[in-house]
Each structure stands twice: as structure tokens, then as C-alpha cells.
Design a protein around this ligand. Structure first.
Ligand code: NDP
Length: 476
């Protein structure tokens, strides 16, 4: 087990209680990946106890000092961008430039929430002269953070930075296939001066380690990013424990293009919307609704731009073999449903990509909104294009989905843009540019896309509860 990636518990790298490890797979070649420690409930227990023991000291640290420590983590992440990006690309196969951008985004979470520690922690309520009443936002205690494989460090930072800023301590579990950078984050946090036990990482599989985190009595909140079925399973356990959750689940986001839009730019954005990170993004724009009068020419522009993206160059592999097989399964489903692959719909046959989990970026036409290829989240670079005739029809089609994460609208008519944006059942809507992402913008879903919000001040509040305190005053 020499060289295996270890847990980070109570300020130190430690092996599993039972010493088990597993060797992963390099998604770009199908060869050997990282060797990772596989934890059990015993390791989660160790981590939760360490987090609980550290909670009092961390919560009562002067907020300026807590902010300084979080800002120092951000600076160290930036300073180590090259090595962290290399590790992220080794685990995920994604292009180095994308990994670098994600690491810089991870640093931004720490910078942003470091500043927010100075926000007022409550309000004073003017009720009666003989009462002084105030509210106090308090940390929840130990927070569990369970993250997936698509943006590993970035998503860990997205949840951990506000949780820590609010004064909680953390037990994090990255996806087993992409653990390296979350462990690196724990090491960096320690080097930045975070006290032992404040930030812990337990490695291993979801059904063992993830479930043990949700079940652990010392864990007082869980932030989960991942699939709908696992989110539901966590929700069932949480219901028994009356445990607050943030659930950031899947999406099948709609992008609506009207004939009066800047069509050249809209086509570029429509392609970026479904191919970024090889489509392995919860907020990918994977349903494209196009006004019928421009449907043919716009689809042709999207197809032409998609063909310019080469697997292995601009588009990385599916991060896991399972996901690669899932996408190929959807190619079959689309074919059986009678959709037409305008481009893609298969795995590339270039010899240089053999063994890697690559698929061709794919655009389907001849699709209706009731087909599985239009309703289910593929989590790969797969787009369906569907024509519409009226604004009302476009909104109805977009909202006819079990998901409600993101949405886009492209039009020169600003009134229509606002009408459509406000009518879409989605947590975030982008007008005339796909996916304006910022740490300041709250992010989360409607319907099966989950609940609660990541990012912004809203996320910070999700990691606190409000206490009302009233003091009887005499002598007035
Ligand atoms: P999962 O939901 O299975 O995994 C997400 C995280 O949860 C991982 O850390 C995983 O651990 C963990 N986990 C798995 N099972 C449990 C459990 N029973 N209890 C607690 N934690 C658990 O997603 P997948 O990785 O399998 O991806 C499948 C689908 O999920 C994708 O096709 C996509 O639709 C969706 N997805 C959505 C994402 C988003 O950003 N919203 C991100 C990733 C996936 P481990 O992997 O180590 O077993």
C-alpha cells in the first residue's frame, strides 16, 4: 500500500483503519490510475470525532483570523495551480487549461468567503423598550461534504469554503475516482494554518464512506453534489435524522434561441454549453430549442462548430468507464427512438485515443421533447435540437422537464428575454451568453435538480442557523 493516497484526519495523512486500497483507471488511456485508500465507517467516525473536537476552537476564533486563514488557503491554491491542475487532469483526463481554470475558481471560493466572515452575524430587533432582542447566526457544527468526479477540487471548495467561513468544521468525501486534489486541499489548509481537525477528508466509496457520513450522529448538515438517485437516498436517511441538506443534483438545461438573436454568437455559445468538460457538468445546456424559421440554418451552424472540436484535444474523455458506457447506451437509445445524429453518436476511432474513454461530441435532430434522449441527463457531450414556433411554446417545452437547474435565452428583444428568463423553472438563467458563472451568484436547482443554494451569501447562510436572544432590561 506504499504510495497510496491517504485520508486526512485531525491534521495528518492516515491510512484506513483496515488498510484497504484500490488502484484506479486513467480515463485518457485506460491504464493505471492513482492508488487510493478505501475507508469505512470507522474512518468516518475518527474524522467526525476530530471535527467535533475542533469545532469549539474554530467557531470561537476571532472572525478576522478565520478570514485570514481562509484567504491564505486561496493564495496557496493559486501558488500551486500548476501541480494541482496536473493532478486534476491525471485523475479526470480533462484538458490542462480547464483544470487550471477550475483550480483558480477553487481559490476564488476561499477568497470570497474569507471576506464574508466580516458580515454582521445577526440583527437587532426593535420590539419593546424593556427588551433588547437580537438574532445570531451560529455554525451548525460538523458538516459533511460529498462531491462527485466532474469538477473535483472546484466543487469541494465550493462547499467547504462557506462551511468553514461560517465557523463549521468539515468531513469531506471526494469521489473515489478523483480524490487527489481534495486531499491536497486538506494538506494546503493545514500548511496555511488551519488547526488540526477543522478540515478532514475520508476517502472511499459512496455506499460505505458517503453513507457513513450522512448517518454519523456528530454530522449536523450534509452538502451533496451528484446524481438524483443518490441524492434521494441521502434524503431518506436525512429525513430520519432531521438532518439539513443542500442537494445539487442533475440537469437537462434548456437553451432557447429566437430568430432575432446574434446567431453566430448564439451558435458558439450553444456548442460551449454542451461540450465544456465533455458535457460532464450538471448545468450543461443539453436541450436546444430553436425558433422554426431559423431552425435548419442554426442547426447547421451548431453542427459545423461541434465538428471542429476534437476528442482528445478540445474535448476530454468521460471521467469513468461507467460514464463512458452510459453515454454509448444513450447513443443506442437515440437511434432506437429515431433521432438523427447530425454529427457524432459514436466513439472516435483515432488510434491515438484507443483505450481512453472518449466519445464524439454529438448533435441530434429529429427529436421530440418526450424522447428519453431529450428527458434524461446523459452527462456527456450530447445535444438535442428541437424547433418551436412561439415564445409560449418555447417556455412550455423548456419547463416540461423533471429537472430545473439552468436555462439560456438568446434574443435581441430585451423584454422578451426578461419574460422568458422569469418564466423558466430554473435556478439560474443566462441571457445572450451561456453560463455566466461567478462565486457571487447563488447556484442551485428546482425540481429534481435539488434544493438549497451553493455560492454567494446564500450558501454561507445554508451553513448556519439563526438563534433569537431576548434580554429583559430594567430601569427604562
Ligand atoms: P453519484 O451520485 O453516484 O456520486 C456522487 C458522490 O456521491 C460521489 O462522491 C460518490 O462516491 C458518492 N456516493 C455514491 N453513492 C453514495 C451513497 N449511497 N451515499 C452517499 N454517497 C454516495 O454520481 P456518479 O458519480 O455515479 O454519477 C452518476 C450520475 O450523476 C451522472 O451521470 C450525472 O447524471 C450525475 N452527476 C451529477 C453531478 C452534478 O454536478 N450535479 C456530478 C456528477 C454526477 P463514489 O463515486 O466514490 O462511490
Amino acid at each position: 500500500m506504499t504510495g497510496a493516497l491517504l485520508h486526512w484526519i485531525d491534521g495528518a495523512a492516515v491510512p484506513s483503519a483496515d488498510g484497504t486500497t484500490r488502484v484506479g483507471t486513467d480515463p485518457a488511456t485506460g491504464g493505471r490510475g492513482a492508488e487510493v485508500t478505501l475507508g469505512t465507517a470507522a474512518d468516518v467516525d475518527r474524522a467526525a470525532r476530530a471535527a467535533r473536537a475542533a469545532a469549539h476552537g474554530w467557531r470561537h476564533l476571532a472572525s478576522a483570523e478565520r478570514g485570514r486563514l481562509l484567504a491564505a488557503i486561496g493564495r496557496r491554491l493559486l501558488a500551486e495551480t500548476d501541480t494541482l491542475a496536473a493532478a486534476e487532469s491525471a485523475d479526470t483526463g480533462k484538458p490542462l487549461a480547464l483544470s487550471r481554470a477550475e483550480i483558480q475558481g477553487a481559490a476564488e471560493y476561499f477568497e470570497f468567503y474569507a471576506a464574508l466572515v466580516n458580515l454582521p452575524a445577526g440583527d437587532v430587533l426593535d420590539i419593546r423598550p424593556d427588551l433588547h432582542v437580537y438574532t445570531l447566526r451560529e455554525p451548525l457544527g460538523v458538516v459533511g461534504v460529498i462531491t462527485p468526479w466532474n469538477l473535483p477540487l472546484n466543487q469541494a471548495a465550493r462547499a467547504c469554503a462557506p462551511a468553514l467561513a461560517a465557523g463549521n468544521t468539515v468531513v469531506a468525501k471526494p469521489a473515489e475516482s478523483t480524490s487527489r486534489t481534495t486531499v491536497a486541499l486538506a494538506r494546503i489548509a493545514g500548511e496555511a494554518g488551519l488547526p488540526p481537525g477543522v478540515f478532514n477528508v475520508v476517502l472511499g466509496r459512496g455506499p460505505e464512506v458517503g453513507t457513513a457520513i450522512v448517518r454519523h450522529p456528530l454530522v449536523r448538515k450534509v452538502a451533496f453534489t451528484g446524481s438524483v438517485p443518490v441524492g434521494q437516498e441521502i434524503g431518506r436517511i436525512a429525513a430520519d435524522r432531521v438532518l439539513p441538506l443542500t442537494l445539487e443534483l442533475g440537469g437537462k438545461s434548456a437553451n432557447i434561441v429566437f430568430a432575432d438573436a446574434d446567431l453566430e454568437f448564439a451558435a458558439t455559445e450553444a456548442v460551449r454549453a454542451f461540450t465544456t468538460n465533455a458535457g460532464q457538468v450538471c448545468s450543461s445546456g443539453t436541450r436546444l430549442f430553436v425558433e422554426r424559421t431559423i431552425h435548419k440554418e442554426f442547426t447547421a451552424a451548431v453542427v459545423a462548430a461541434t465538428r471542429r472540436l476534437r476528442p482528445g484535444q478540445e474535448v476530454g474523455p468521460m471521467i469513468t468507464r461507467g460514464q463512458w458506457e452510459t453515454v454509448q447506451q444513450y447513443f443506442k437509445i437515440a437511434e432506437q427512438e429515431g433521432a438523427t445524429a447530425e454529427t457524432g453518436g459514436r466513439v472516435p476511432d483515432e488510434p491515438g485515443l484507443a483505450g481512453g474513454f472518449f466519445v464524439e461530441p454529438t448533435v441530434y435532430s429529429g427529436v421530440t421533447n418526450d424522447m428519453r434522449i431529450a428527458r434524461e441527463e446523459v452527462f456527456g457531450p450530447v445535444l438535442v435540437v428541437i424547433p418551436f414556433d412561439t415564445e409560449d411554446e418555447a417556455v412550455a417545452l423548456a419547463n416540461d422537464s423533471e429537472f430545473g437547474l439552468a436555462g439560456g435565452v438568446f434574443t435581441a428583444d430585451i423584454s422578451r428575454a426578461v419574460r422568458v428568463a422569469e418564466a423558466l423553472e430554473a435556478g439560474q438563467v443566462y441571457i445572450n451568453s451561456w453560463s455566466t458563472q461567478s462565486v457571487q451568484m447563488p447556484f442551485g436547482g428546482h425540481k429534481n435538480s435539488g434544493y438549497g443554494r451553493e455560492k454567494g451569501i446564500e450558501a454561507l447562510h445554508h451553513y448556519t442557523h439563526v438563534k433569537s436572544i431576548s434580554i429583559r432590561l430594567t430601569g427604562r
